[in-house]
Design a protein around this ligand. Sequence first.
Ligand code: URA
Length: 217
Amino acid sequence: MVTMDKAELLEQIAKEVRECRKCELWKTRRNAVPGEGNPNAEIFFIGEAPGEQEDKQGRPFVGAAGKLLEKLLESIGLMREDVFIGNVLKCRPPHNRDPTEEEVELCTPFLDRQILAIRPKMIVTLGRHSTRYMFSKVGVPFSSIMRVRGEPFEVDVLGLRVVLFPTLHPAAALYNPRLRTLLEEDFKKIKKVADRGFSLSRREVKLDEFFKRARRA
Ligand code: URA
């Protein structure tokens, strides 16, 4: 049997993304944006969907939010080449509108396959759309990004045990110094978890336990 290595698997997925016509977004896209990064990445970042610059270039996070993401990565000693950066949707929704439920359902099998190919130790969701999606995969209700951001959760997802770390979307912090400070603090926590070899401290809990506690509170 011929088995593909991680890079080949990712290239195969990217090819399918570029040819995809499963939803209507192919009609308005200039380029699909499969995602990119290190096939051996330990940390997988998930954004929402390509914006104008990403649609032009076919690459994730290359606009203003991308510049901020690069700065945040740099602040914890990482470059974009060290991690993998993907999105919930691979094509730009017109006028950057929110993804529809149908688009998410049709597009996310690509994201799932990318996660399975890479087998990251940590998944960082940027903003509410990717956080809602990953929470749905672990069967936990999602209400607000502000309520769950900045906490590492141990989860079993797609048969993998990973640390799920929700944080804000860099675009939300571009013109909001308070949110930018929170995002900077969250990145410091990402580094702490990575420096510990992606194990959680006793104080940190499994996602379902967090919700049981929250319900009791
Ligand atoms: N915002 C996103 O969510 N993803 C990108 O790739 C760019 C901006």
